[in-house]
Design a protein around this ligand. Sequence first.
Ligand code: PMV
Length: 324
Amino acid sequence: MKTLVRTARAFTNIALIKYWGKKNQILKLPCTNSLSLTLDRFYTDTKVTIVNDHHDTVYLNHKLLDQTQNKRILKYLDTVRQFYSFDDHFIVDTVNHVPTSAGFASSASGFAALAAAINETKQLNLNKRELSILARNGSGSASRSIYGGFVEWIAGDSNETSFAAPIDENPQIDLTLLSVVINKGSKKISSTVGMENSVKTSPFYPNWVTLVASEIKEIKQAIAKKDIQRIGEIAEHNAMSMHALTLSANPSFTYFEPETIRIFQIIQELRQKGILAYATIDAGPNVKIICTNESITKVQKYIEEQLSNVSCVVANIGSGIQYI
Ligand code: PMV
């Protein structure tokens, strides 16, 4: 009898303290710890089937990927085969569930779902720490999507010691996130290249390493106290400091677009009116706004009144890996 292979589902996460820089490119070992919140709106479903063949086939949203599109996934499958010493090849069936393009990168949910799907199909019986290590080898931020809620990725100094750990998987906190989508196109400078340039050329990079260590400590205290305002203040400062690394790289670059700055100004105006809103921005122009259940409607209304060419998506706190 054929055993039923379940589909793995992983949700995306937003870093409140960013991962920006690797000390080992091959193993994707970061220079610092990072801390994120898993979200409930954007997720990836992946199913992996073993084939009696010598090559892998990848479908994304039911479309077959060609040799350039599937390169990163095929390389990852080779790494996994090498790790666990097996020769099987696979059909990877992956579907991204994105609400009208939420402006989130799919690599976090994508590689977390793929790692979990391989674990399921190959019956590797990996625990969550081992799964996080496996996901990290696909994309650094994917290590954190194994868990729900607030998650910390411990930098470590080897493949075995670099993994994510939960801080609070089911936090009872009134925090919601508004994703403001400015540009749905793919970014010109990948996060890998952006990180490398920042580490090598920004004179501020050593300060970033020190800053992250202290901001992680502080934000964990704010999370424990459920102090959303403090969480927002620290997350916004951390995001702006990350983008300062791109501006101070040589040659300098930025992920910001004019609307990114405009939304940042709007957030400051909202705060002056006493409305809770803090910005965080990843390696792209879209802004994610940390709000409360009370402030989010006002924030969304104000942004939509001021800017006609952006769209907003609301996200709440999400869970870790699921098998369906
Ligand atoms: O996991 P990557 O290689 O896509 O890098 C993610 C980098 C940021 O999103 C900017 C920050 C983070 O910690 O997620």
